[in-house]
Design a binder for this molecule. Sequence first.
Ligand code: SF4
Ligand code: SF4
Length: 84
Amino acid sequence: MKSYKVANMYRLYINSALCVGCNDCVTACPHNASLPPEMRGDEKNYTIIVKNGKAVVSNQSYCDGCGVCIEACGPMAISLKVAR
Ligand code: SF4
Ligand code: SF4
C-alpha cells in the first residue's frame, strides 16, 4: 500500500506581534495533546510551544494542517499555508 506523508505540506506562521502567549494553541493541537508522557519533556516533539511569552513553531514536521490551533487562537495570530 502506498503511504502519503502529509506532514511538511503545511507551513505554520505565527504573528508574534499578535500572540499574547496564552498557550491555547499548544494545548489545543491534537498532536501535542496525544504525546505520551515520555515525549513531553522535549520541545522538539511539539508542533508549537510558547517560549519567552510567545508561540513559536517548534517542529513543523508534525503538523498535519488540521487548523485546530488557528481556531483556538483568539487574537488570530496563526496562519497556515500549503508549502510548495
Ligand atoms: S493561541 Fe494564539 S495568542 Fe495564544 S499562544 Fe497560541 S498563537 Fe499566541
Ligand atoms: S494545524 Fe493542527 S497539527 Fe498543525 S499545529 Fe495546528 S493544531 Fe497542530
